[in-house]
Ligand binder design. Structure first.
Ligand code: ADP
Ligand code: MG
Length: 618
């Protein structure tokens, strides 16, 4: 009997739970047959409620929605979100954001999410007749370590072990790839776009699916790129339509009622050409109006334009596998399918535009509200043994590396590498007799540490004193299948080891990720030069040190011309080091490199003399 693991889509607006058995994946509805659980939690004197009851609750108490935006974030990270959130944020320990429920009470985002997760867990336990203790939980592909960790912590608080954290687009594609929908697509590799438009966020991802090599084999999903907008979703359409209704009704209706009426009209307009809106107004009576689909589409134009720009970014970042069709005729070459996910993809205009842009009829066999949860359940089924053969691969959103002497970052794992990922690199010391080495771990695309984000640091202590450059420090980065980074260092000569699990205080906003990417492109050339000069300075100093020492020791064994040649080369290289140290931009890195090479070549004979002399010693 396979272990019981459920799949959970923990959404910004709505959450779901699904399970997979021999019959395939299925969503577990609530006792009234509703599949969705609004991601809303209400705290009042009567207790804590989640879902529809919480969303509809009024009166005394506090209602918390969109808590996903705060998971694993600091108040500074979410400053841009504050205007969208109907509650206050305060700073808790470790720079974490906490939600202010009342002047005297705050709660962490993890605790709020745990209420949602517990509600889903109770629902699943009741429906399945067994206590559910394990879950696969989905998160956006761009969620960093801190956000994934916060999601795990929320699960733990809800009595669930998050056995795997999976990217939402990957889950949607998994639901798709395993034939939850169309069976005929199986058996060949394909590249798929996932367009996920929910209540408050848009995520566009390009994935590559590799089918099993043999029946019952492993299926691979790889995220090639992700792009999106953390403030673009169905809510924006509701607000635009509500603003129109409020203007026309002379501002006499309540804003909350106008937004609710707008959302319901919007949903009806996905099916019908016109919808009637009725709003009670303060002076008594009612404001009535018919909204047509054409009008709503007019309001949505700027919003749609932003959504399509995200598609463009995702396609561009996916690399050479995809080609924009020349002449702007529409269509993306190399793409096999487009999957629609999220409640807002029910809007006909969204479907039309996505179809035009990608040049493919979007795939809608899987219900857009359910795809992510179904995919999570499939992954849960794979882990529990209920489903045979499927493996998920996600990508690392930003490059990971260690800081080097001089302030550069040596990248060990590059952006868009698939997880699980592993890389090792050898380092050494730059100062004689160092007995401890500090390693700082960075995330980002820029070459210099100061321009990247520091994720953490650790010390490798207890090294026996050795001359600079002699210790052999092997640093290993390991990113597990859930995207958590483990760094370890091993000094080979002494056998000393140290390691660090990187769980940063707070995460990166997607805007920061985009900014860091954009900056890295803008600064690429400058950065590379700087990195090169910094590395040259460090290495040249080491060369100058040992050559200088040997030159003094064996000067009387060298012929005068050779000694003079070395003196000249040493002086020239020392000049580069001094200038490079003071201002990297003031030196010609090519000339610096040539000076270092020239001294390296010339010093070979000095090295030989040194060896010969040391052999003569008793
Ligand atoms: P999230 O992933 O952010 O939790 P969902 O995928 O559940 O969100 O999408 C919720 C959004 O979908 C809301 O803005 C809701 O108004 C919108 N939505 C749901 N059904 C429809 C519909 N029939 N037509 C248009 N929008 C819809
Ligand atoms: Mg969603």
């Amino acid at each position: 009997m396979p272990e019981l693991i459920v799949g959970i889509d923990l959404g910004t607006t709505n959450s779901l739970v699904a399970v997979c058995d021999e019959g395939g994946p299925r969503v577990i509805p609530d006792d009234r047959g509703r599949p969705l659980l609004p991601s809303v939690v209400r705290y009042s004197a009567g207790g804590v409620t989640a879902g529809y009851a919480a969303r509809e609750g009024t009166g005394e108490g506090a209602t918390v929605s969109s808590v996903k935006r705060l998971m694993g974030r600091s108040p500074a990270d979410v400053r841009a979100d504050l205007a969208f959130l109907p509650y206050g944020i305060v700073e808790g320990p470790n720079q974490t954001a906490r939600i202010k429920l009342s002047p005297s009470q705050t709660v962490s985002p993890q605790e709020v999410s745990a209420v949602i997760l517990r509600s889903l867990r109770d629902r699943a336990s009741a429906a399945l007749g067994a206590e559910v203790r394990k879950a696969v939980i989905t998160v956006p592909a761009y969620f960093d370590d801190a956000q994934r960790q916060a999601t795990r912590d929320a699960a733990r608080l809800a009595g669930l072990d998050a056995v795997r954290i999976v990217a939402e687009p990957t889950a949607a594609a998994l639901a798709y790839g395993l034939g939850v929908g169309d069976e005929s697509r199986r058996g060949r590799a394909e590249t798929v776009a996932v367009f996920d438009l929910g209540g408050g966020t848009l995520d566009v991802s390009i994935l590559r699916r590799t089918p099993p090599g043999a029946p019952g084999g492993t299926e691979f999903f790889q995220v090639l790129s992700t792009a999106g907008d953390t403030h673009l979703g169905g809510d924006d359409v509701d607000h635009a339509l509500a603003a129109l209704l409020l203007r026309e009704s002379g501002g006499a209706a309540a804003t909350g009622a106008a937004v609710a009426a707008a959302e319901s009209a919007k949903c009806r307009l996905s099916e019908f050409d016109a919808a009637e809106v009725r709003l009670p107004i303060a002076s008594g009576g009612e404001y009535r109006r018919t909204v047509t689909r054409g009008e709503l589409e007019g309001l949505m134009e700027p919003w749609i334009a932003r959504a399509m720009a995200c598609c463009e970014r995702a396609v561009r970042d996916a690399g050479p596998r995809l080609r924009r069709t020349a002449g702007g005729a529409g269509g993306v070459g190399g793409l096999d399918a487009v999957i629609l996910v999220g409640g807002s993809t029910r809007i006909p205009l969204v479907r039309r535009r996505v179809q035009e842009y990608f040049g493919l009829v979007p795939y809608t066999a899987i219900h857009p509200d359910l795809a992510v949860a179904l995919g999570a359940a499939v992954q849960a089924g794979v882990l529990s043994g209920a489903v045979k053969g499927a493996l998920l691969l996600d990508v690392i959103p930003l490059s990971l590396g260690v800081g080097t002497v001089g302030g550069a970052v040596a990248k060990l794992i590059l952006r868009n590498s698939t997880v699980p990922a592993r890389a090792t690199e050898m380092f050494s010391t730059s100062v004689d007799g160092q007995t401890s080495i500090k390693l700082s771990v960075y995330q980002g695309e820029r070459e210099m540490a100061a321009d990247c984000r520091r994720l953490g640091e650790f010390h490798l202590r207890g090294l026996p004193p050795m001359p600079a450059g002699i210790p052999q420090l092997e640093v290993e980065f390991l990113v597990d299948a859930s995207g958590v980074l483990q760094v370890s260092a091993h000094e080979r000569r002494s056998g000393r080891r140290a390691s660090l699990q990187v769980v940063p205080n707070h995460g990166l906003t997607r805007d920061e990720v985009s900014r860091m990417e954009a900056e890295s492109l803008a600064h690429a050339r400058e950065d590379l030069t700087r990195h090169r000069v910094v590395d040259l300075v460090v290495n040249a100093k080491l060369d100058l040190k040992w050559i200088g020492e040997r030159l003094e020791r064996f000067r009387d064994k060298l012929d005068a011309a050779y000694a003079a040649e070395l003196d000249g080369l040493v002086a020239s290289l020392r000049g580069f080091v001094l200038r490079g140290d003071a201002d990297w931009a003031s030196v010609d890195s090519d000339a610096f490199h040539r000076a270092k090479e020239a001294l390296d070549r010339a010093s070979v004979r000095l090295q030989e003399v040194g060896i010969t002399e040391s052999l003569k010693q008793p």
